[in-house]
Ligand binder design. Structure first.
Ligand code: FAD
Length: 222
């Protein structure tokens, strides 16, 4: 009988747990450990950032969805891996032994690589926003509402070393309709200079334009 531990209950870890449970004999146990007690659907963060979705619409509590499949869940961050002893240390000092370890902890954001970058609440310099987590996207939205009152040029980009450039391209497609519906389009400049016009065109005509607008000025403007 083996104990499999999955570190990280994100887009990789959750399906890994489900599929492993389905494939393995019942005598083997599976435990998922995650630093938060909720799952967040990261690709929807750009919608949180412009108010098209609420936090509750893109997050779910993890425990019930794992436990009903017979998968154990521990809502704690792993702080150390002792690979020789097959042992994890969890936030608070508890330990967890495993026979097999699956690591699906996603990216570690390194705002410190670019001085001044990143939300101050995540240890960054506070001079740029991020939509990499739902918390970041909510912080963004708070400032985005202020921005719409007095819009101006915006720079959207990805840091050197970033591996996920998609959001940098897709963000303009959610900004532009919101901004236009707030009747401020003439004061907003094109937020990016896309390296790939094809991708930008696709985004422009895609989900961005089809989504409802949170902005109270929207009704008056459309
Ligand atoms: C804004 C944005 C939009 C995106 N849009 C798309 C898209 O449209 N299509 C697409 O295919 N991809 C998209 N991506 C990329 C996609 O979201 C990622 O590739 C995906 O989330 C990676 O999955 P993951 O499970 O590896 O990591 P994550 O989904 O980040 O999950 C990692 C999990 O590990 C947990 N964790 C981290 N450290 C620890 C620790 N020490 N102990 C315990 N738990 C820990 C975290 O809390 C988290 O729950 C987007 C990314 C971003 C930022």
């Amino acid at each position: 009988m083996a104990h499999i531990v999955i570190m990280g209950a994100g887009i990789g870890g959750m399906p890994a747990a489900y599929e492993m449970r389905e494939l393995l004999e019942k005598e083997h146990s599976i435990t998922v450990v995650n630093s938060t007690d909720y799952f967040q659907f990261v690709p929807s963060n750009p919608w949180i950032a412009v108010g098209w979705r609420e936090r509750e619409q893109i997050t779910v509590p993890i425990a019930p969805y794992l436990e009903r499949k017979g998968i154990k869940f521990i809502p704690k961050a792993v702080t150390a891996i002792d690979a020789t002893a097959n042992r994890l240390t969890l936030d608070g000092g508890d330990t967890l032994d495993y026979d097999y370890l699956v690591i699906t902890t996603g990216p570690k954001l390194s705002f410190n690589e670019v001085p001044g970058a990143g939300p101050a609440t995540s240890g960054g310099g506070g001079f740029t926003h991020s939509i990499c987590s739902v918390d970041h996207a909510q912080e963004f939205f708070a400032d985005y509402k202020k921005f719409l009152e007095n819009p101006g040029p915006v720079v959207i980009g990805a840091m050197p070393g970033a591996s996920c450039f998609g959001p940098a391209y897709s963000s303009p497609s959610s900004w532009t309709p919101t901004c236009a519906s707030a009747n401020c389009a003439t004061r907003c400049q094109s937020p990016t200079s896309p390296a790939s016009p094809t991708l930008a065109t696709w985004d422009w005509a895609g989900w961005g334009t089809a989504s409802p607008c949170w902005n109270p000025k929207c009704a008056a403007a459309t």
